[in-house]
Design a binder for this molecule. Sequence first.
Ligand code: AMP
Ligand code: GLY
Length: 429
Amino acid sequence: MNVCLIGSGGREHAIALAISNSKLLDKLFIIPGNPGTKSFGLNVSIDITDVDYLIEFCNENNVELVIVGPEKPLIEGIADQLLENNIKVFGPSKNAARIEGEKSFAKELMKEYNIPTASYKLFNKSEYEKVITYLNTVNYPTVIKADGIAAGKGVVIAPDFDSAKKAVNDCFIGNVFNEAGDKIVIEEFLIGQEASLFAISDGSEFVLLPAAQDYKRIYDGDKGKNTGGMGAYAPTPFVNDELIKLISNVIINPTIQALKEKNCAYIGCLYCGLILTTEGPKVIEFNCRFGDPETQVVLPLLNGDILELFYTAACGKINSNAVKYNGGSSVCVVAASTGYPDEYEKGKEIFGLNNVNRDDVIIYHAGTREKKGKIYTNGGRVLGITSVINNNDLIDAKKIAYETLDNIYFDGIYFRKDISDKALLALNK
Ligand code: AMP
Ligand code: GLY
């Protein structure tokens, strides 16, 4: 079959690579793709907000399945429009994507169905006085979240009343997130290890992939600002088989069934962000798509046919045996441009990419651009240097990823040095 993959990040490079060996795949179009995805298909520059044009493209090229990488088009309803035109989609409908697009929707769903999550209160813009009064009663730190998507900047961990008030003012008075900040969730601050778990769902059944741990902060030791993710590893030892079963029973299954009951059956990858508290796992966020960089470490750990998994999910009858965890481990270190997640420079030539010829390393492209055969930086997160080994040995996987990074250079390269260390510490290694 012919497939369109939408997106241009490291996540999409990982998806393109993972499905490239599928026996089901004829042609792959990546819209718009990046210099990394072009080894697996044709990068096509289409403005994905022009869904009518995308539909025309799919029809002309006999595209049977569209896999949507990023959340924005899903939240805006791309899946609905494609489905109306008889094109199958791996990715949820607009209604189901509210699980990421409206935090209030996710929180209320979890409350209604007793799905463990941080306790919270929801406020509208008209309730300014009420929210400030409430902030006098909460324990600190507390967590303030803009309701809508805010380019990864909508969550503030406020250490005290003054910073909490500032976060509320930014949303309700400064309108820094526009309509995304018209409602806010004020949430209990949870303590524990974080984990990211992907459930591939056909609307009622699902397959869980190995759990990963993302490193969201910019600096080592989880210091500094939140980013899209500075690295990840999988599988994380913090989520053992027993815990996976528990999460499946008390979080994932009830969520998938709840969405089905509400007539917004969830088809696609449901990303569940968890904090493993002493009271058990609790949800801190759902995303309506694969995580980035978690996808870069999770997908290479699967044996089988990943496209078959996506396609059967999109058809509403998932083949639960399409893939299996292969027993390996993987560490991805993001090479970023200095300044990220704030301002940074672009257009720096990247050196050393061709010197890396190891079977146990994948260099994912994210913010890169090709010009006359040379590769240049073109974004905040530039590359994902990723080791993939056959055994579950994170020490080795970490060593390989960092050894590889020694060979890669661009002006202003920055990366964290401690990706996977939380696991190594817990495993006493
Ligand atoms: P998000 O933008 O939703 O990915 O959240 C960013 C980060 O904020 C998460 O990765 C967590 O580290 C942190 N966070 C979000 N909610 C909570 C919470 N209720 N308690 C503690 N940390 C949280
Ligand atoms: N790495 C976090 C995310 O994809 O949302």
